[in-house]
Ligand binder design. Structure first.
Ligand SMILES: Nc1nc2c(ncn2[C@@H]2O[C@H](COP(=O)(O)OP(=O)(O)OP(=O)(O)O)[C@@H](O)[C@H]2O)c(=O)[nH]1
Ligand SMILES: [K+]
Ligand SMILES: [Mg+2]
Length: 437
């Protein structure tokens, strides 16, 4: 018999209310013994909750969700307790005393729901994202993904591949006969070629999903004393980085997360870049350059009252920002800035922020599009694309082998949403969930 699992499903204690969730065959027995008779299905009942020796542990709401119409598909229950540590511990201890009961592992409720066909893998992953969501864009994206839209897309593509393979196999079966229409194969390869293109485009959308889920990365780069740390503090509206008039103050990359119009932005302050740095500083500069290479936007900051300049790494999107507009400028007409600001007086900061807003908004606008949103998805899409490509490209290869490539391509797509066997993936996927989910 499969264990009955239980866990505290609500957040940290103490809290106003704590919800302990159960799932499995033993659920009825536990409710009967701990809370008297079983409550009416899906209706909250106020009950005394006892341990197995009949000692009252708490009074709270008890809900019973008989399977299969429950979250996991099994018999489930919720105990809404007073959110004290001792209350919750006593109830968990009592539950652990039933034969065949144990604490749920991370993501185990959702895993059971998946195994019982309550939703597919991408939906399950989206639920985990919904719980992790901190910004509006993350919430919207996760909620839109917690529908069958990924499966619908991938299953549609799989059908195309399966159809193509069927046509090729039909052609093989009839190849001795004279009246096989020769254009069939051509149409099939056109379809697969179009599909291959769609797979590549879809895979490329991952970067957008990453920006929504992980944040839009802005890196501030510049010579020592340009005012990088001052700018970070100004944009974050908090004193996060140390500011002094000593060049080389910041030695290491320093990150902070901002919420800009509902989107997550990771702002990174870096060590000032200069020739002949000290040993620690040199490491900091290396790190600054490596962060800048991964950035969605680099703010190249320059002290307009000083001589030092820094070049942004090629092909990274960047803005040239001149700082210290409050001071007399040095041969300024030779320099060309996108923005001139003074962190000290606040001049120009709003305009810079407006530009940031616009760029972040553009990058996260497609939070409602269907994008791959896990590295896992991209790997499988790329695998599918590779097999499709091999099938298309290898004209000299026997048709049987090309048909096999189409099957492999379809299978890779099927593994994304779990339409085909994914047993081997489940441990990795669900272990990233939280306990009680
Ligand atoms: N006058 C003036 N001074 C500024 C302005 N912005 C920053 N400063 C000053 O410039 C000095 C250096 O500022 P930081 O923010 O530490 O510069 P940084 O680029 O982080 O420097 P490092 O970490 O050493 O590379 C400090 O004394 C700041 O107060 C500004 O807009 N105007
Ligand atoms: K400094
Ligand atoms: Mg600094």
């Amino acid at each position: 018999m499969r264990a009955t699992i239980f866990a505290l499903s609500s957040g940290g204690l103490p809290s106003g209310v704590a919800v302990v969730r159960l799932s499995g065959e033993g659920t009825r027995q536990a409710l009967e013994e701990m809370a008297g008779a079983l409550p009416v299905a899906r209706q909250a009942a106020l009950r005394g909750i006892h341990n197995r020796d009949g000692v009252l542990l708490d009074r709270g709401l008890v809900l019973f969700f008989p399977g299969p119409h429950s979250f996991t598909g099994e018999d489930c229950a919720e105990l809404h307790l007073h959110g004290g540590r001792a209350v919750v511990q006593a109830v968990l201890d009592a539950l652990a005393g039933f034969a065949g009961f144990r604490l749920a592992e991370a993501g185990e409720f959702t895993r059971r729901a998946f195994l019982n066909g309550k939703f597919d893998l991408t939906e399950a992953e989206a639920l985990s994202d919904l719980i992790a969501a901190e910004t509006e864009a993350q919430r919207r994206f996760a909620l839109a993904n917690a529908e069958t839209r990924h499966r619908a897309l991938y299953d549609g593509w799989r059908r195309t591949l399966i159809q193509a393979r069927a046509m090729i196999e039909a052609e093989l079966d009839f190849s001795d006969e004279e009246d096989v229409p020769g254009s069939v194969a051509e149409q099939v390869w056109n379809d697969v070629t179009a599909l291959h293109r769609s797979l590549r485009t879809h895979a490329a959308g991952y970067r957008n999903a990453e920006i929504i889920r992980e944040g839009y990365r802005v890196v501030i780069l510049g010579a020592p004393n340009a005012g990088k740390s001052s700018l970070l503090n100004a944009l974050a509206q908090r004193d996060i980085a140390i500011v002094t008039d000593e060049p080389g103050t910041t030695r290491d990359a320093l990150e902070t997360a901002l919420d800009i119009d509902g989107a997550k932005v990771i702002l990174t302050d870096t060590a000032g870049i200069r020739e002949n740095p000290g040993r620690v500083e040199a490491l900091g500069i290396e790190r600054a350059i490596s962060r800048a290479k991964d950035a969605d936007l680099i703010l190249v900051l320059e002290d307009m009252s000083a001589e030092d300049t820094v070049e942004a790494p090629a092909d990274a999107p960047s803005l040239r920002v001149g700082n210290k507009a409050d001071l007399p400028a040095k041969d300024r007409n030779q320099r060309d800035y996108d923005f001139e600001i003074s962190v000290k007086s606040g001049e120009g900061i709003d305009a810079l922020l407006a530009e940031l807003r616009k760029r972040v908004g553009d990058a996260t606008r497609n939070a409602t599009e269907i994008l791959p949103f896990r590295q896992r998805h991209v790997q499988l899409i790329e695998e599918a694309a590779r097999h499709a490509k091999t099938a298309i490209a290898s004209e000299d290869t026997p048709l049987e082998l090309r048909a096999e490539e189409l099957r492999l391509s379809a299978d890779a797509l099927g593994r994304i949403s779990g339409s085909i066997d994914v047993e081997d993936l489940l441990d990795t996927i669900f272990s990233q969930f939280c306990i009680g989910k």
